[in-house]
Design a protein around this ligand. Structure first.
Ligand code: FA5
Length: 354
């Protein structure tokens, strides 16, 4: 038995030296350690040797088995480290001299227009805020003067989550209450006007067409101070549009109903795809609803902790909800809103140099 173990030991150590990868190491392990391997053969022979030698022979086999195991584990660790190093050195994962298709990537057009608008509003003293995509019923509706079961809820068919009271925000107006609470103290203590914009992704159960998506972007804006009026609203809307388009665009302001503003307006832009003649992008009307807006309703200011019951008109303000995705359509001349969400890189990467 001793001689047989000795012979196997030298076979194992010479074969271990030639093993260069994990799969060959596994093969070697099978040769020695599997149910049909060399060590199992030794165990079978144990039955044939005289009883007085069995104990010593058994101990020799066991310690050889342990030895093989230890060498095997040590080599395995070495090979794993080498494989990791090779991967980190990139010697295996890719050849960095290979040419690539589009090495730089590009910003999504919505990101580009969002950043441009953020710059414009920041230059006019607005703070840029971020907001959640999952909101509660209070912020999305009730704080905006839309009580439960109010018919105005039908205007935005919304995705409710299975978690009670939670939904995907259907409009960026859902952030208004949070913003009023965040900046209200500074307004009242130091007279610092609230001026904030908050861009974000919105979700609605929509019949999708060339100008409606179920997932789209808006940018909300609010300004609240003493004596804010419709003239301030019109000034900021005009300035924003002339900065974005850098040319004359025809807009129209018409009355619009939103429970959270009074009075409320629809600000439409003449379709830049068809020049006002009518096309699928504007539903053949020649106009595209772009930026509803209005004077913030006293109930909303009260919910936001801005005005008290005793003086409901101490502060006034305006709000707008700019359709960012539609603005991108007009600015970049994209006739179909679905282009922005369908991930076609050949279409989206065209905006890289703008
Ligand atoms: C609102 O969402 C109001 N929260 C806007 C508002 C804010 C009014 C503050 C008054 C004061 P509306 O549902 O109309 O309103 O959407 C606003 C803009 O988002 C639309 O004019 C349009 O440009 C864009 N929009 C709305 N639905 C979609 C859609 N399904 N796909 C793409 N853009 C959309």
């Amino acid at each position: 038995m001793k001689d047989k173990i000795e012979a196997l030991r030298s076979k194992f150590s010479s074969e271990l030296k030639t093993v260069a990868d994990l799969s060959s190491l596994e093969e070697l392990r099978q040769t020695f350690m599997s149910k049909k391997g060399a060590i199992q053969d030794l165990m079978k022979e144990l039955g044939k040797i005289p009883n007085d030698q069995k104990k010593d022979a058994g101990q020799m086999i066991n310690s050889f088995k342990q030895e093989v195991n230890e060498h095997f584990e040590a080599r395995k660790k070495e090979l794993e480290e080498l494989a990791l190093k090779a991967l980190l050195d990139h010697t295996e994962s890719y050849d960095d001299s290979m040419p690539t298709g589009n090495p730089c990537g590009s910003y999504h057009p919505i990101t580009l227009i969002q950043r441009e608008l953020e710059d414009i509003f920041e230059s006019m003293g607005f703070d840029v805020e971020d907001y959640n995509e999952i909101v509660d019923d209070y912020n999305c509706f009730e704080a905006l003067n839309i009580p439960k079961f109010h018919p105005a809820r039908d205007m935005q068919d919304t995705y409710y989550l299975t978690t009670p009271n939670q939904l995907l925000k259907s409009h960026t107006s859902a952030a208004q209450n949070t913003i009023m609470r965040k900046y209200g103290d500074k307004l009242k203590k130091y007279g610092r006007p609230i001026r904030a914009v908050f861009p974000g992704r919105c979700f609605r159960n929509e019949a999708i067409d060339a100008c409606h998506e179920n997932t789209f972007f808006q940018m909300e804006g609010v300004m609240i101070d003493k004596d804010i009026s419709i003239s301030n609203l019109i000034y900021f809307m005009k300035t924003m549009l002339s900065e974005v388009f850098e040319r004359d665009v025809t807009v129209r302001l018409r009355p619009g109903f939103f429970p959270f503003v009074e009075p409320g307006f629809e600000l439409d832009i003449q379709c830049l795809i068809c020049g006002g003649d009518g096309c699928p992008s504007c539903k053949n009307s020649g106009w595209l609803e772009l930026c509803p807006c209005g004077m913030i309703h006293p109930n909303v200011l009260k919910h936001g902790g801005i005005n008290s019951e005793e003086d409901p008109f101490e502060y006034t303000g305006f709000a707008f909800g700019l359709g960012l995705t539609r603005l991108a359509m007009m600015k970049y001349g994209v006739g179909d809103i679905r282009v922005f969400n369908d991930g076609d890189l050949s279409a989206l990467s065209q905006f890289v140099s703008r």
